[in-house]
Design a protein around this ligand. Structure first.
Ligand SMILES: C[S@@+](CC[C@H](N)C(=O)[O-])C[C@H]1O[C@@H](n2cnc3c(N)ncnc32)[C@H](O)[C@@H]1O
Length: 268
């Protein structure tokens, strides 16, 4: 069966066996092999390797041609193919259905690039139910996500990713590894989820929105950005004084702890 890549679904397939191994190796198989959820299995490049190593793989694919192709070419009781839009998936219910109690849950994807951000934020919103995510994305986004303060790519995504877990830039994947070949290179990142920071705020969604707004105008000082957020520059000045943050700094000069300090003060 010939499968033509559909551009509107962000289909760029990989087939290099070395690359596939390298990506799948990032999922730990100890202390116990967990439930693996793959977003966008495509023609099954990663999926075939995953079912060799893990007891249960759930693959969510929006394209029914590909879902049918997978169902007819992979015959394994370990694989569950779900023909749906990942953004419509209720991960909690999915894990209840396919996982075992207390089993670690891993996410893996060569992400459909057109919805990288919505998927990332959907995953963040469910971070407590996942152990680790291995995601391939455009290199520029990977650099932003894994950047640290004062680095030139640092933005709200960098802060939010650190809030939800330990992030790591794993490796670069040149564009020629994909079929069809995209215009830009990609990179694989990993995120190991943690609850440490989550416990500090009552509403993580509000924190995510707060950080986003504080980066609204990167060139302006934190005083200006916070003033706009609060609609009150004087109050912003007092808040920054209380948490001992230099009001002349820019958002890119503040680390996660500093954003949390400001937010916690406003939250209390
Ligand atoms: C970059 S391709 C990766 C394919 C395959 N995993 C590989 O590495 O060769 C992205 C895959 O995500 C699928 N996809 C796109 N949008 C999706 C969505 N909203 N929900 C689920 N899958 C989606 C595409 O159809 C495609 O199979």
């Amino acid at each position: 069966m010939t499968i033509q890549a559909k551009k509107h679904f962000g289909q760029n397939f990989i087939k290099d066996p070395g690359l596939i191994q390298k990506i799948v190796n990032l999922i730990p198989s100890s202390p116990e092999p967990g439930l693996v959820i793959e977003i966008g299995p495509g023609k099954g490049a990663l999926t075939r390797e995953l079912i060799k190593r893990f007891p249960q793989v759930v693959a969510i694919e929006i394209d029914s041609d590909l879902a049918d192709y997978l169902a007819t070419t992979i015959d394994s009781p370990k694989l569950e193919i779900i023909n749906e839009d990942v953004l419509e998936i209720n991960f909690e219910q999915l894990i209840q259905k396919y996982g075992k109690p207390n089993q670690p849950v891993y996410l893996i994807s060569n992400l459909p690039y057109y919805i990288t951000s919505p998927i990332l934020f959907q995953v963040f919103a469910n971070s407590q139910i996942f152990h680790k995510a291995i995601f391939m994305m455009q290199q520029e986004v990977a650099q932003r996500l894994t950047a640290e303060k004062n680095e030139h790519n640092y933005n709200n995504l960098s802060v939010v990713a650190s809030f939800f877990g330990d992030k790591r830039y794993e490796f670069l994947v040149k564009s020629h590894y994909f079929q069809p070949q995209p215009k830009v290179d990609s990179a694989v990142i990993s995120l190991t989820f943690k609850n440490d920071f989550l416990q500090k705020v009552t509403n993580p969604d509000l924190f995510v929105a707060f950080v986003r707004q504080l980066f609204n105008n990167r060139r302006k000082t934190i005083l200006n950005n916070l003033g706009t957020y609060l609609g009150d520059k004087q109050k912003a000045k007092l808040v920054l004084e209380q948490v001992k943050i230099d009001p002349q700094k820019r958002p890119e000069n503040l680390g996660l702890t500093e954003f949390l300090e400001i937010f916690e003060l406003l939250d209390s």
